[in-house]
Design a protein around this ligand. Structure first.
Ligand SMILES: [Cu+2]
Length: 151
């Protein structure tokens, strides 16, 4: 897109000489970040909407947290027999100036091996890693099993 290219050139011209791109993923905004807590040892699921404000595709490649030893990117799929299952997702592309939602029955972060027993209302920080080396720490609000969104 022409307007995008011009913006990039302008941004480059305004940067001080010798500066490098910050490790923080400022071009991606996270909203509606919440965790569905399930009873017992059942894995929790993390949901978030990611808006890409950049001219380039942003590719989510991993997520990690101090609170959960295991964080995986999954996609729920509906089988023809009506049963749902999950598959691992290698990476998730957010279109330029577009958004994707990790939401129930779709993409989610599979959260396992919590470091401590989580309660409703807790905040959990999960860091999202992107293919360009940038990262985005996001605070997720812990919600009960019957919740449908963060707010
Ligand atoms: Cu899963």
């Amino acid at each position: 897109m022409k307007s995008c290219a011009m913006l990039v050139l302008l941004a480059a011209a305004l940067l001080p000489v010798g500066s490098v791109r910050a490790a923080q993923a400022d071009h991606v905004a996270a909203t509606h970040a919440w965790i569905r807590l399930l009873p017992g040892d059942l894995p929790a699921a993390g949901y978030v909407t990611l808006q890409n404000n950049d001219c380039n595709v942003a590719t989510l490649i991993a997520a990690r947290s101090k609170t959960y030893a295991s964080v995986m990117l999954h996609q729920s799929t509906q089988e023809t027999d009506g049963m749902s299952s999950m598959v691992m997702v290698e990476h998730l592309k957010i279109p330029a100036h577009g958004a994707i939602s990790l939401a129930p029955a779709s993409y989610h972060l599979m959260l396992q091996q919590a470091a401590y027993p989580l309660k409703i209302g807790d905040n959990v920080e999960i860091t999202l890693d992107f293919a360009d080396g940038s990262q985005l720490p996001v605070r997720f609000l812990v919600q009960p099993a019957n919740a449908v969104d963060a707010n």
